[in-house]
Design a protein around this ligand. Structure first.
Ligand code: S3P
Length: 430
């Protein structure tokens, strides 16, 4: 049980560069591995999820060095991946699992994938079904989950209309399409994060995007690159929200990725009336900038399905913002939350109720009756093993005059191993 710090009378102050983006760190290893030559990755996120990806590619025979905080991937191309001698451990990482299924679909060997208890309960048919239309084969448990076996086959081009709005599924299909004998088109249900498309183009792939349609023409050689991973918006979001809700605060988050498929939390903060200043930074690669935010009086918000993809990982924080706003907020069209690391509708509702917030669970979201001051009901918060829940709890605790504790705090290392150190810096306790 971890004692959580409070900042209700002091606030958060100062400037912080958050760790590298989780989605981009995964992709840098993966795309480096399937390319020819060397890929050097700066500002790689050494969170447990990305380390699962790193280890999985080592197990597939890819040489990956860690030199002075840099990762160097010695790419083998798709054809150079080797059958592993044991099942690949995906840990807690849905991104590793789903993207890996697409990468291995065109191999000439079979690979078994396992994961932790949370990952082994998450749906995988959303990848295995569409891969069939490329000629791919992934065997799942009877429940449609891990453990899985990817049985490699020669793949063919296809046209696929996606049934879920998921960047993980889209990315798996793009990786399969790159190995197919003909071009493919993939049509998204809603636009989702496009880091795979952007990075693959940088490595030389022929990928065209027009609205929600992505056309992949295989055959262009992929060549290793130098990648600097921008700061993770999903990690910055914890401190943006902290500064907005904790009195006497003003913080700046530097070098944060501003890819528009990821900035839903900034849109939400602006709509809720937060005092926010964004300074774009020049440079190669994905857009980046510095974000300054100060304590704000918040208005309630309504979010629907179209808003969800750009804020999917920040919805627990949106719920927390709503809990601090004056009035009723409503989040709908967010049923995907039920199949994240935990059922994040259930777990967020449970945690907010402990804080004394009136919240109603909906099948696809929640209704939150917020108010600036809470009447804490239960001081024992729980991450339920879900990194983003643990960090949401820690941010909520900053506002509480009463001391709160967190069960299963170690889960934060999945995406943000230095979260509590960075929080301490902004609390001025360093
Ligand atoms: C991710 C996509 C999102 C997100 C996850 C990372 C990615 O999942 O929730 O944390 O890196 O592609 P879905 O695409 O399944 O919604």
């Amino acid at each position: 049980m971890k004692n959580l710090p409070s900042a209700h009378s002091t606030g958060l102050h100062g400037s912080l560069a958050v760790p590298g983006d989780k989605s981009i760190s995964h992709r840098a290893i993966m795309i480096g591995a399937i390319s020819q030559g060397t890929t050097t990755i700066h500002h790689f996120l050494k969170g447990n999820d990305c380390l699962s990806t790193l280890q999985a590619f080592r197990d597939l025979g890819v040489k990956i060095d860690m030199v002075n905080d840099e990762i160097v991937v010695h790419g083998t191309g798709f054809g150079g991946l080797q059958a592993p001698t044991h099942p690949l451990d995906m840990g807690n990482s849905g991104t590793t699992t789903r993207l890996m299924m697409g990468i291995l679909a065109g191999s000439n060997f079979s690979t078994s994938l396992t994961g932790d208890q949370s990952l082994e309960s998450r749906p995988m048919k959303r990848v295995s079904e569409p891969l069939k239309s490329f000629g791919g084969e992934v065997q799942l448990s009877p429940k449609g989950t891990l453990p899985a076996t990817v049985i490699g086959h020669p793949l063919h081009g296809t046209h696929y209309q996606m049934k879920v709005a998921s960047a993980q599924v889209k990315s798996a299909l793009i990786f399969a399409a790159l190995q197919a004998a003909e071009p493919s088109t993939i049509v998204e249900k809603l636009p989702t994060r496009d880091h795979t498309e952007i990075m693959l183009r940088q490595f030389g792939a022929d990928i065209q995007t027009s609205g929600k349609t992505i056309t992949v023409t295989p055959g262009a050689p992929l060549v290793g690159q130098e990648i600097t991973v921008p700061g993770d918006m999903s990690s910055a979001a914890f401190f943006l929200v902290a500064a907005a809700i904790v009195p006497h605060s003003k913080v700046t988050l530097t070098g944060v990725n501003l890819n528009p498929t990821r900035t839903g939390i900034l849109t939400v903060l602006k709509k809720m009336g937060a005092q926010l200043e964004i300074t774009p930074l020049d440079g190669p690669g994905e857009p980046q900038g510095d974000i300054t935010i100060a304590t704000s009086t918040l208005k309630p918000i309504e979010l629907g399905a179209e808003d969800v993809p750009a804020v999917i990982d920040e919805l627990p924080l949106v719920a927390l913002l709503a809990a601090c706003a004056n009035g009723r907020s409503r989040i709908t069209g967010a049923q995907e939350l039920r199949v994240k690391e935990t059922d994040r509708i259930k777990t967020v509702v449970a945690e907010l109720r402990k804080l004394g917030v009136a919240v109603t669970e909906l099948p696809d979201g929640m209704v939150i009756d917020g108010r600036p001051d809470w009447d804490i009901q239960d001081s024992h918060l729980d991450s339920y093993g879900d990194h983003r829940l643990g960090m949401m709890d820690a941010i909520a605790a900053l506002k509480s005059p009463q001391s709160l504790q967190l069960q299963n705090a170690a889960a934060v290392a999945v995406s943000y191993p230095t979260f509590f150190d960075d929080l301490t810096k902004l609390l001025g306790q360093n």
